[in-house]
Design a protein around this ligand. Structure first.
Ligand SMILES: CC(=O)SCCNC(=O)CCNC(=O)[C@H](O)C(C)(C)COP(=O)(O)OP(=O)(O)OC[C@H]1O[C@@H](n2cnc3c(N)ncnc32)[C@H](O)[C@@H]1OP(=O)(O)O
Ligand SMILES: N[C@@H](CCO)C(=O)O
Length: 365
């Protein structure tokens, strides 16, 4: 008959070697258990922390939406709120740009130099609301058939979001680039919605040049070879200017990397976007940027006081075109104003020239 386990152990521990062996096994088992329990506790804490962070930061509104192309979607519209509680202060809606998201303020906020406590968009004074463009991936909601959507659909979705939140009017809508384009689309659909409209580095329409640059990016995005990195590298050249790159890099060569520093910088940005963005999301955002399309004759319906801000060197939304739009609107409306940021950096100046941007916006709000 075989020994039972405790009898085997007792026999083993009766000898000196057996006892030492038993001590070693106990020691290692104990430490291994402690090690794995610490690791699993760490992993568990990380998961819980990120779930809690996500839950406290992002809010969701779920509804069904029929696109202008007659497709039915269940939309999970996520948003963040900053500053004063909803309905206790004037509400400012911020529409994010191409690779932005609802995280506009606070430690990691991409517009924290503009929005925050005692900043020009002061969260002690205002409620700041920012929706994620559905499919931007920030909330893990992705859209497969991205061509089903246009900026007009996104505007409808944001308006529906406001309606569900019971927000009937806004103090201001502010948006940079694509975000500003969506702002134009929202306001022609609901002309009395906002008291103030501040479109920055954007226009009410995607003009031919911008469409062409996005088309190149679309081609790159549809290839298999590092699509997102390559499209972003092309995009970076449109966000900046020859002067900006030449002045900054001065043809400096990085011996270690055996490449120009400007090349290294472009590759860095391509890789950085590839790490933080999904291909599906970038295809959608690029498609949206290609299709801002408001009827110019509709603009005069907008009741908001408008402050168009351009960048004198913007290659994407040229200042000359924004100024033309302003001049035509000015003939029909009293409350339209034009401001221009002076910068060598081009389109991205709305993310870089904070001194000028702050000075302009503080005199508007
Ligand atoms: C507006 C929106 O909706 S999108 C949100 C904001 N936009 C983005 O984040 C897009 C990606 N970022 C950018 O395009 C730019 O960083 C901007 C426009 C925000 C600022 O531009 P710049 O002042 O010229 O900064 P630049 O692009 O050179 O550097 C940014 C960072 O990249 C790092 N970096 C730049 N080049 C390299 C390189 N070759 N190798 C390693 N790191 C690099 C910098 O060290 C810096 O890091 P830090 O933020 O930790 O300090
Ligand atoms: N650099 C900005 C510019 C787009 O307008 C972005 O990535 O969103």
């Amino acid at each position: 008959m075989r020994d039972r386990p405790c009898e085997t152990l007792a026999t083993l521990c009766a000898s000196e070697e057996g006892a030492t062996f038993y001590q070693i096994i106990l020691f290692w088992t104990d430490n291994l258990l402690k090690f794995f329990s610490a690791i699993s506790r760490g992993i568990f804490n990380c998961i819980i922390k990120s779930i809690i962070e996500l839950k406290t930061e992002l809010n969701y509104i779920n509804f069904s939406y029929q696109t202008n192309s007659n497709k039915e979607y269940n939309i999970s519209l996520s948003y963040q709120l900053f500053g004063k509680d909803l309905f206790s202060a004037p509400i400012i809606l911020v529409n994010h740009a191409l690779t932005g998201n609802s995280d506009v303020s606070g430690e990691k906020g991409w517009w924290k130099k503009l929005i925050g406590e005692n900043q020009v968009i002061d969260t002690n004074k205002y409620t700041v609301l920012c929706f994620n463009i559905p499919g931007n991936g920030y909330d893990n909601f992705l859209i497969d058939e991205y061509e089903d959507f246009t900026p007009s659909d996104i505007a409808n979705i944001f308006l529906k979001g406001l309606d569900i939140l019971n927000i009937k009017s806004l103090y201001a809508i502010i948006g940079g680039s694509l975000g500003g384009g969506i702002g134009w689309e929202m306001l022609v659909k609901n002309p009395p919605l906002a008291e103030i409209f501040i479109p920055i580095a954007c226009d009410f329409k995607t003009h031919d040049w911008l469409h062409a640059q996005c088309l190149v990016q679309k081609f790159l995005l549809n290839r298999n070879d590092e699509p997102l990195q390559k499209a972003r590298i092309h995009a970076m050249l449109c966000y900046r200017t020859p002067q900006s790159l030449n002045y900054r890099f001065q043809n400096k060569y990085n011996q270690e990397k055996q490449s120009l520093e400007s090349e290294d910088w472009l590759i860095y940005h391509g890789n950085a976007l590839n790490e933080r963005f999904s291909l599906k999301s970038y295809k959608l955002m690029n498609h949206l940027l290609m299709n801002i399309n408001v009827e110019e004759t509709q603009l005069e319906k907008i009741q908001a006081r408008m402050h168009m801000i351009s960048v004198d060197t913007d290659l994407f939304f040229p200042a000359s075109e924004i100024r033309m739009c302003f001049e035509r609107l000015k003939e029909k409306k009293e409350n339209v104003f034009y401001h221009e940021i002076t910068s060598i950096h081009g389109h991205d100046a709305f993310l870089m020239e904070y001194e000028q941007l702050n000075n302009i916006i503080k005199n508007i709000l």
